[in-house]
Design a binder for this molecule. Sequence first.
Ligand SMILES: [Zn+2]
Length: 342
Amino acid sequence: MAEHDSVIPAGGSGTLTAKITTTPVQNGRVSKSINVGTDAADARSLRLRFTVDVFAPIVAKPRLRLTATGLEGEGGRLAQGLEVPIAATVDELTTVHDADYVRNVLEGTLSAAEVRKIGFPWSPELVERSRRSAGGTLCAARAALDDGVAVNLSGGTHHAFPDRGEGYCVFNDVAVATEVLLQEGRIERTAILDLDVHQGNGTAFIFRNDPRVFTLSVHGENNYPFRKEPGDLDLGLPDDAGNETFLTTVREGVLRALEAPGLELAFFLAGADPYQGDRLGRLSISKEALAERDGQTLQACKDYGVPVAVVMAGGYAANIEDTVEIHHTTVRLAGGLAGIQI
Ligand SMILES: [Zn+2]
C-alpha cells in the first residue's frame, strides 16, 4: 500500500486535502482510494462513491476517467472526494440474491446460458466490478442518509433478479442496498425512482410484495425488457416520445412516488439512455431535457425532505462523449443540491 498527501484547490470555501491510497488487489490491478478532508469548519461535502474501470476492462464505455487527483468527464475535472467502495459481501448480496446464484457468479460456475443472458463474458474482473458496484450503492445510500445526497458513479443494474442476471446486470445493487438498510433498521420505507429508459424489471419483481419499497419506473414501453414486471407505478412511453411528454411523465411519477408516507430514502437511477442519440433508447430526449429531469427530481427529493442516493444506470450513445456529458451533468446537479460547486 502506498500513500501520499496532496492539496487540491477546491471551489467554494476551504482547501480540500486529499490522501490518495493505492492498494494492490487481485490480478495485479490497483485500487485507488481518495479520501478528502477540508479545513473549512462549515464546508459541506458531496460524497461520491465510485467503481473505477480499472476493475472492468469489460466495460466498453469509458464514461469517466480517474486521474491522480480526481475524476474527469466531459468539461474537465469533475470532483474530488472520491472513494473506491468496499465490495459487497456475500451476506449483503444474499439479502436479495439466491445463495446458489451468488456462489456461481463468484466461483465462475454459471452455465453458458446464464452467462449469455448477462451479456458479458465471465471473468474475475466482472465479479470484482459487480461486487464493488453493489458496495458503492450501499455506501452512497449510507452517505445520503448522513449528508442528504450522494452518488455512486456506477450501479443501477436493475435487470438482475434474485436467481439470475440479464441485460448486462449481475447483481441488483439498489435492491441489495435497500434490503441491507431495511434489515439493519436504518430505514423503514424507501422509494426507487427508476428513470432509465428500460423498465426496472428485476427491481419490480424483488419488491413486488413489499409495501416498504415503492418502485417507480418511467421507461420506453416497447423497449427491453419485452416482458415487464409490474411495479408500484409503471409509466411506459411510446417510441420517439419527446421532451415535453417525457418531463411531464417524470414529474408526475416522481411526485406520486415521493408522496408515499414515511419515506426515509430515495434511490434515483439517472440513466443516460433516454437521450435521442442513444443506440438503445428509442426516445427523442435532448440533453437539456435530461438535465431538467435530473434537476427537478433532485429538487423534489429535497422539497420532500427525502435523502437521495443517485446511481448512473445505462447509457449507450453513439458518441460516447454524449453519455459522459449526461452523467457529468447529473453529478454536477447533485453537487448543487449539496450546495457545492463541481
Ligand atoms: Zn437502460
